[in-house]
Write a protein that binds this ligand. Structure first.
Ligand code: NA7
Length: 513
């Protein structure tokens, strides 16, 4: 975004809490942190020299490699000179008379700007549940998304991991390889698919680079911003032998491709159950102890309705003698003690506690900015019953505020790099046209916003997503409104809609000279 703003001849400044670029890949340094989108797809497309010159080493990029990439991009485009690091935005208010945003930071900056663009991420407000006694713990305890940059010594230690979402599922096998003992506290088992990660074949990398233009186009016009074969064919009505062959082939391919096996899995409970049962069968095959295997089998949500996990050796980790699984639904965590975790059934002595307990997703980071719009309305008040935004790009009553990957856009249901670039392009073009047209202020029309929010909900209601207590639904945060936040209508269709709105003179937006 900063690069594009410079290209428009605008003056822009970025504010960043961390002491370097990288965002989620700056903060998430837990053992095993890795992207679940393939590296050649989880990368910028805006500069062909960049994509031709950068060499990815593995199919799925590790956190250190993505962070190196982010730093390389910052250096290559000389971005750091316009970013103020180690500075948190603590408030921003729209000044109606002056038609500027007035932004404040924890370093005492007082800045006025014509346009304010948020790029705060969707999974950046880390959440640690308030277990009684947590502060009394004498060992080290860390949330996966706030992992110390100097690392954590785990060798020979007894480690508790609380949470089995994507972060826990990535971290547990790697921690088990280092620690003396790992106790996993699981509330809800998740579906996880094998990554089958491997070094990138140089031949494949050359092929991708030679075909990048076409591949990027396919990603931008796809359902979720990923390459891959998504079948329309329904699994219901497909013979058992045929569907098992298809599922086996997808399992062997690894990653998200499994979810693309059949078109009805995301929308029909009976179809979904067939895919879910195939994965449960894999868990039973891998995990030797039948009781542990059953505990690891998800049953409370349709497969894909919570963010699917992609792992390396997760289920097999439970075959290790030094790994214990505690089902906290049956045996709840009662308190953290100075020396461990007490559940209803007993006390687990540990040296380190890893909180892999997730995020206040999507709205958390935006609300934390302390935004106040027209008439002194705070975003927190406006979104009390759930986020409301037009196209996930702007929210009515907050003029000249753009939200990159905001709620109501595909964001977390897509390859984030594709969705980020789409928003950046759209916003940059919008600013260019506003300037050319002598328009000082743009705001979402509340009527268009209501219609978009209704559409986002309606599309979600055709899927199985609302059936899960997921962070997509805000269900992981006590008291958060239960609203499906991302747009599930597809990355390609969403892009077309945004482009059409712009082509029609920003239909649904109110423009003032
Ligand atoms: P997630 O996916 O939100 O996972 C958090 C996990 O922590 C999940 O298993 C939760 O169980 C568990 N949790 C949360 N609170 C508690 C309490 N109080 N007790 C026990 N267990 C708890 O976060 P991740 O960091 O793993 O992944 C976030 C996203 O990052 C991921 O989806 C990718 O997009 C990348 P629950 O399911 O709520 O019962």
């Amino acid at each position: 975004m900063l690069h594009r703003l410079r290209g428009l001849g605008l003056t822009a400044r970025g504010y960043e809490t961390g002491d370097d670029v990288g965002g989620t890949w700056y903060w998430n340094r837990y053992p095993g942190a890795r992207c679940d989108v393939e590296s050649v797809q989880y990368s910028y497309s805006f500069d062909d020299d960049l994509q031709q010159e950068w060499e990815w080493s593995e199919r799925y990029p590790s956190q250190p490699e993505i962070l190196r990439y982010a730093r390389h991009v910052a250096d290559r485009f000389d971005l750091r000179r316009d970013i103020t690091f180690e500075t948190r935005v603590t408030g921003a208010a729209w000044d109606e008379a002056a038609r500027v945003w007035r932004v404040e930071t924890d370093r005492g900056d007082r800045v006025a700007c014509s346009f304010l663009i948020t790029a705060v991420g969707c999974l950046s407000a880390a959440r640690v549940p308030g277990f009684p006694g947590a502060d009394s713990f004498r060992g080290e305890s860390h949330h996966t998304g706030r992992w110390p940059h100097e690392g954590v010594e785990l060798a020979g230690k007894r480690v508790a991991v609380i949470g089995t979402g994507s972060s826990g599922i990535q971290a547990i096998p790697v921690i088990a390889g280092q620690a003396a003992h790992v106790t996993v506290f699981q509330r809800t088992p998740n579906f996880s698919l094998p990554a089958w990660n491997h070094p990138i074949d140089p031949e494949h990398a050359r092929w991708v680079k030679a075909n990048y233009a076409a591949l990027r186009h396919d990603m931008r016009t796809s359902a979720v911003g990923l390459l891959g074969v998504f079948n329309d064919k329904p699994v219901l009505g497909t013979g058992e032998e045929e569907r098992n062959l298809e599922f086996e082939a997808r399992w062997a391919q690894g990653g998200f491709s499994f979810l693309g096996a059949y078109g009805d899995v995301a929308i029909d409970p009976a179809a979904n159950e067939i895919a879910a049962e195939f994965v449960r069968g894999k868990i039973r095959e891998i995990v030797r102890d039948p009781e542990t295997a059953e505990l690891l089998c998800p049953r409370d949500h349709p497969i894909g309705s919570k963010r699917i996990c992609v792992d390396t050796g997760y289920y097999a980790t439970y075959n290790r003698p030094d790994v214990t699984l505690v089902d906290v639904r049956r045996d709840p965590i009662e308190e953290i003690t100075p020396t461990g975790v007490r559940t209803a059934a007993g006390h687990h002595e540990v040296d380190v506690i890893v909180y892999a307990t997730g995020y206040d997703a999507m709205t958390g980071p935006l609300l934390a900015l302390g935004l106040t719009g027209k008439g002194g309305l705070s975003l927190r008040d406006k979104w009390r019953a759930g986020p409301r935004a037009y196209l996930g790009l702007m929210t009515a009553g907050f003029p000249n505020l753009f939200t990159i990957t905001g709620p109501g856009s595909p964001s977390v249901l897509s390859n984030m790099m594709v969705s980020i670039e789409q928003h950046v392009d759209w916003i940059a073009r919008c600013l260019e046209r506003l300037r050319a047209g002598g328009i000082a202020v743009i705001d979402a029309d509340p009527v268009a916003e209501d219609a978009w929010v209704a559409h986002v909900n309606e599309v979600a209601s055709f899927t199985l997503y609302p059936r899960a207590d997921s962070w997509y639904m805000g269900a992981n945060i006590p008291g958060k409104p239960r609203v499906f936040m991302p747009y599930v209508g597809g990355v390609g269709a969403y892009r077309d809609k945004c482009d059409q709105v712009a082509a029609d003179g920003y239909e649904g937006f109110v423009l003032s000279a």
